[in-house]
Write a protein that binds this ligand. Sequence first.
Ligand SMILES: Cc1cc2nc3c(=O)[nH]c(=O)nc-3n(C[C@H](O)[C@H](O)[C@H](O)COP(=O)(O)OP(=O)(O)OC[C@H]3O[C@@H](n4cnc5c(N)ncnc54)[C@H](O)[C@@H]3O)c2cc1C
Length: 496
Amino acid sequence: MKRFDVVVVGGGGTGVAAAIGARAAGASVLLLEKNPSLGGTTARSIGSISATQTADQRRVGISDTPAEHLEDMEKFSQHHADRPDNNELARVLCEHVPESVRLLEEWGAVFMGPMDEPPHRKPRMHQIMPNSAAYIFHAEKHARKIGVEIFTSARAQQLLTANGEVTGVEIELDGRVETMEATKGVILASGDYAADPGFKAQFVSEAVAATEAVNPTNTGDGHRMALDLGARIINPDMYGGGMRFVRPLTPAWQSRLPPSAWLMRVCNRVMRHAPRSLVRHFIMGFMTTVMVPERKLFHNGAILINARGERFADETQSMVFELALQPDGVGYILCDARVAQKFTQWPDYVSTAPGVAFAYLQDYERTRPDLVRRGNTLEDVAKVLGMDAVELKRTVAAYNQGVGPPGRGERPAVGEGPYVVLGPVKNYINYTDGGLAINAGLQVLGKNDVPIPRLYAAGATGQGGLLLKGHGNHIGWGFTSGRLAGQYAAALAPRT
Ligand SMILES: Cc1cc2nc3c(=O)[nH]c(=O)nc-3n(C[C@H](O)[C@H](O)[C@H](O)COP(=O)(O)OP(=O)(O)OC[C@H]3O[C@@H](n4cnc5c(N)ncnc54)[C@H](O)[C@@H]3O)c2cc1C
């Protein structure tokens, strides 16, 4: 058995922030991560964070306040009028996220922005450079520097209790079961259950359960451990997801550069003055995440086919659940010459990373050639993709005649080549929004909503009914709630 003041479960942005928060407040801290390295969904995200009163806002003369941020967040959550938002936690986020961004910068992070995102009335979205892996790079470095102990490949499997209080965590490390005692508290920061078919089927639907997650290792472990102690999950059926291009087999060289603060500061300066086309290419190369094809492609006459060359669903839906059920769960976007030409310039971009980069067909050809195939005829396309040409031609003919599944409606027919095929695309669940019920002190609520002594939850695990709509609020909540949970746990008197 090992003994620490605070034990943190999960090494994404939330967990590292929690560990730093507790350590900076004087506690001895153990951070547990079940994967071989820290990162979680945080390191696979786009990487935007929304905050007010930042150095970047001041640089461009924006005067902004947490109170305005809070009011604007409510405008986003009006789309979910059927669900009450957790205004208390939203206030915690808006008041404390400026300090989270300040600290991230102190640890070495460099942001681009601020960028507009209506209905935010002022630009407050910031994009970490060069990509979201930089959150973990800088936070982990700082955590190690101040003396946080980090165990990787260490999976927490059960909370330990005595006299109704949480006393530690049982973990699996190198095939052995070990006990980590926490004299002050345990913080659950184990992300969401986007990759847990059981929870997804129970709370959302079988279709979502069958859809893979961007982060395949977030299996709701923290949620489950807390449920065992009488906790509950709020908004368990909410999630974010959709169709995305698959990740490159070998990441671009830029994305493997260390995100050193000085290099990113130089890049940031250059990018403020460089032509947008150059910036776009630069940013696309850095993207560690999977990009989303615009649905506008389909409205303009592109069609979604499977690896057999068949159309199988209405490709204009916000979530084409049928995609997960196709061979290998993949699809391809077939564009005729007209569509391909159209998506080479504004406003017809193939994909975007919010406010940062608009990527056109030629950007994909240059930076993601693995996702672009060409063919003069449908026979050529079928050959390149290893499909049956007769089936592909039948699919296109049926679509053009308005035959399902479902018919093409008002959409243009697939016309002449040369054709361009984009893909593979897959469906992914990005995150689930069901978080444990917590109070404003980040304590997990148990039976009758009474706090479970010495148990905290933060980030996705402790989302507590917050509707984090818009961009940049999930990561904002992760770093902010994590940091505060760490401080609160460290402030407790140790168990005697
Ligand atoms: C493609 C994509 C783009 C996104 N873009 C944005 C964006 O731009 N802005 C934004 O705000 N949000 C974005 N999000 C959402 C955001 O990334 C997440 O909500 C947020 O990072 C969650 O942080 P976290 O630390 O709570 O969880 P995570 O980062 O997932 O960390 C949880 C960690 O806990 C570990 N863990 C789990 N179980 C155990 C266990 N039993 N023992 C030990 N360790 C365990 C996991 O392995 C993981 O490393 C995006 C998500 C995706 C998928």
